[in-house]
Design a protein around this ligand. Structure first.
Ligand SMILES: [Fe+2]
Length: 251
């Protein structure tokens, strides 16, 4: 099965359109979304409409999705994120609000696990260190674990033959990673496809990934998109200028 894996769209319609076009050309058979559909950008409803229409979609909520429907305290957010959450709250169409309310923060599927941040604290903890991977691993029943939240394309896994030493990789554009064990099963591995709508690794291109569950490969792809179009929407909405500027630099 070929999965299109994506996360942290953040209401960036221009970036999401580029990613979905790429997934279409790759003939993906199913979709995995690791949360944060809304927040920061100017097109929350348009992005929700596109994602809701995807077939064979496994999806969870992120911290911005929860805040947009009043399920996470705004104190948690910095001033820019808070402004965008409040702007989004006021504009979500009823059907899109209901959809966000229907999502769980963690999904234990038959062939993988989804958590926005980490399995032990899905909406809030960033999976960024080997120690966090080690501590969260016992909470995962089915590997691979797909995460988002950090907006960085990353891989964590135990070193071969070790149940303690953790390897961490930054996943470069088109680099093919084999998360399987030599026996062919998916071993403990956490995979982050990066962010569609607000990359934070100094590469402004949209990030997404293809996961081939038959071959056991995971590849991140970086896609150019209409950044100035997305910035114009943020400015027209009266959202903080910083949210537009950061898209230029990928941070
Ligand atoms: Fe996010």
């Amino acid at each position: 099965m070929l999965y299109g894996v994506f996360s942290d769209v953040h209401s960036n319609l221009e970036a999401l359109s580029a990613v979905l076009e790429f997934f279409g050309e790759a003939d993906v058979e199913a979709y995995v979304c690791c949360g944060d559909l809304v927040g920061y950008g100017g097109d929350p409803n348009e992005c929700l409409d596109l994602v809701r229409a995807l077939p064979n979609l496994s999806i969870i909520s992120g911290n911005h999705d929860l805040a947009a429907v009043g399920r996470l305290e705004l104190d948690w957010f910095n001033q820019y994120a808070r402004a965008a959450v409040m702007w989004t709250q006021a504009r979500l169409r009823p059907e899109n609000r209901l959809y966000l309310e229907s999502l769980s923060a963690r999904l234990d599927a038959e062939k993988f696990t989804l958590a926005h941040g980490t399995p032990r604290n899905p909406p809030e903890e960033y999976l960024l260190s080997p120690g966090q991977f080690r501590e969260n691993a016992p909470l995962v029943r089915t590997w691979p674990l797909f995460v988002g939240h950090s907006h960085m394309p990353l891989l964590f896994r135990f070193a071969q033959g070790s149940a303690d030493k953790v390897e961490t990789y930054f996943l470069a554009d088109r680099e093919e990673i084999l998360p399987r064990t030599p026996e062919g099963a998916s071993g403990p591995v956490a995979l982050n496809p990066g962010s569609v709508g607000q990359p934070r690794d100094q590469d402004r291109r949209a990030a997404c990934a293809l996961y081939d569950s038959t071959r056991g490969t995971f590849r991140v792809f970086r896609l150019p998109y209409d950044v100035s179009g997305a910035q114009a929407k943020i400015r027209a909405a009266g959202l903080p200028e910083y949210l537009a500027l950061r898209l230029d630099y990928g941070q």
